[in-house]
Ligand binder design. Structure first.
Ligand code: NAD
Length: 464
């Protein structure tokens, strides 16, 4: 795979400040496919300076012109979609079909939505005798995870640029090649120098330096709750804005009136997609006690179609594979019963985990409380609706969820009582404009659509 040996700073690829590199590994065959520079605090400092320098002119650029540049960026992402899909498959391990439709496809929708929003958004409003100006916050430090390597980047950079902010991105160490491709796309789209900057590197070094840099006005982080807590503390101490998109343990609530077969098969697909490495995955399926055995049979039949190496890719690295297998062992040790899969790796080579379904899971078990981030589903039994609600809300997380019922109104009534940021009703379709983000320990702030744009704006009121 092609890799740059420098950082993208101030509109050009520059040599890294230090000699260290990060090896990029293909998780399907464990081969090293490239090396990228491991950035230091000096690289971060150079990138933040470039972003600061570029900020006044970009903030003053008319929204219609910013919109045109974001539209050009979207067009480059379309033109290079095959290369993007192949790169995501090489460094994340996702099956090529998923890389094409989701990993390369969704960022085009999101970039397109912000090209439109930048042009149509009201950056000024009247309230009584005041005019309120919505102004860009400044320099954004964006720190992203590996699970959706391009989407996570575009979901931060596109709204930041639409708002008039400039950006320094520190992508995940496992998937830096997709981030480098994105920097090339920015360049090709003609964004002014310094408006977007890329520093590859390790989280505790480059990521920490970016979060702590005094030239950064807003830190936007997506990743684990443990790191998010640390970044929130750093930002809080510096009185800096912070947005945190963290973990999840979402509930898929199947009410007795629902189409059980459909709800179970969509639920399995949701968890197995991207090898379960989706923060919003519905990893707890809640089924009424009278339908429990039927649901288990349906789940066993549905999961058999998810063959590792075909429809299900490997996990991103050996550490994640070990972690997920450890959770499966823990589930067994705490008394859950396997319906499919298990802790044994299906192949000797590649970081694969068998698609696994657990029955007899109670709400307090580790596998029902902690985020596993692998192809593992827990099916829980509920007595009645109140019990289902107690289980659904009974974790520290609140990122997403699903409700199934015979009619939408019944499902909506249940969804209103869920402590979570997003709920799909009877398998509702993905909406790139809908706000995405967590209640409780799943995070602070929202991404996507106009709500995502407003995270990058601050208000000034003028009284007349
Ligand atoms: P992670 O928290 O380890 O890493 C995320 C990013 O933070 C990476 O770029 C990493 O280099 C950086 N980082 C690590 N330590 C840092 C530090 N001390 N200071 C600054 N930056 C640091 O998470 P991960 O393993 O890459 O991703 C998996 C986690 O992300 C899961 O818990 C998942 O739920 C969560 N996630 C959440 C969302 C969401 O939108 N809510 C989306 C995707 C993933």
């Amino acid at each position: 795979m092609k890799a740059h040996d420098g950082m993208y700073i101030g509109g050009q690829w520059r040599p890294a400040a230090g000699p260290d590199t990060i090896a990029v590994v293909n998780p399907a065959d464990e081969q090293v496919i490239a090396h990228v520079p491991a950035g230091t605090a000096d690289d971060v400092d150079a990138a933040v300076r470039a972003a600061r320098e570029a900020f006044p002119a970009w903030a003053a650029t008319p929204p219609a012109e910013r919109a045109a540049r974001i539209a050009a960026l979207r067009d480059v992402l379309v033109a290079r979609k095959d290369e993007i899909a192949e790169t995501v498959t090489a460094e994340l391990g996702a099956p090529l079909a998923l890389s094409r439709t989701v990993h390369a496809g969704v960022p085009v929708l999101v970039a397109g939505s912000y090209a439109e929003l930048a042009a149509s958004y009201s950056f000024e409003e009247r309230i009584g005798n005041s005019t309120v100006l919505l102004e860009p916050v400044g320099v954004v430090g964006a720190i992203t995870p590996w699970n959706y390597p391009l989407h996570q980047v575009v979901a931060k950079v596109a709204p930041a640029l639409a708002a008039g902010c400039t950006v320094v991105l520190k992508p995940a160490e496992d998937t830096p090649l997709t981030a480098q491709l994105f920097a090339e796309a920015i360049h090709e789209a003609g964004l002014p120098a310094g408006v977007f900057n890329l520093v590859t590197g390790l989280g505790p070094v480059a990521g920490q330096a970016l979060a702590a840099h005094e030239g950064v006005d807003l830190v936007s982080f997506t990743g684990s709750t443990a790191v998010g807590r640390q970044i929130g503390a750093t930002a809080g101490a510096a009185v800096k804005r912070v947005a945190l998109e963290l973990g999840g343990k979402s509930a898929n609530v199947i009410l007795p009136s629902a189409d059980l077969a459909k709800a179970v098969s969509v639920g399995i697909a949701n968890v197995m997609s991207n090898s379960g490495q989706t923060c919003s995955a519905w990893t707890r399926m809640l089924v009424h006690k009278n339908q429990y055995d039927e649901a288990l049979a349906l789940a066993a039949a549905a999961v058999a179609k998810y063959v590792p190496g075909e429809r299900v890719g490997p996990l991103v690295n050996a550490k994640q594979q070990q972690r997920v297998r450890g959770y499966i062992e823990k589930g067994l040790a705490e008394g859950a019963r396997l319906v499919a899969g298990g802790p044994e790796a299906p192949y000797e080579t590649g970081y694969y985990v068998s698609p696994t379904v657990f029955a007899d899971v109670t709400w307090d078990m580790t596998i029902a409380q902690e985020e596993i981030f692998g192809p593992v589903l827990s099916i829980l039994k509920y007595e009645d609706e109140e019990d289902a609600l107690r289980i659904a809300n009974g974790t520290v997380y609140g990122l997403a969820g699903a409700v199934w019922a015979a009619d939408a109104a019944e499902a909506v009534a249940f969804a209103r009582r869920m402590d979570t940021g997003q709920v799909d009703i009877n398998g509702g379709r993905f909406n790139p404009l809908a706000p995405f983000g967590g209640y409780k320990q799943s995070g602070v702030g929202r991404e996507l659509g106009p709500h995502g744009l407003s995270e990058y704006l601050q208000t000034k009121s003028l009284q007349f």
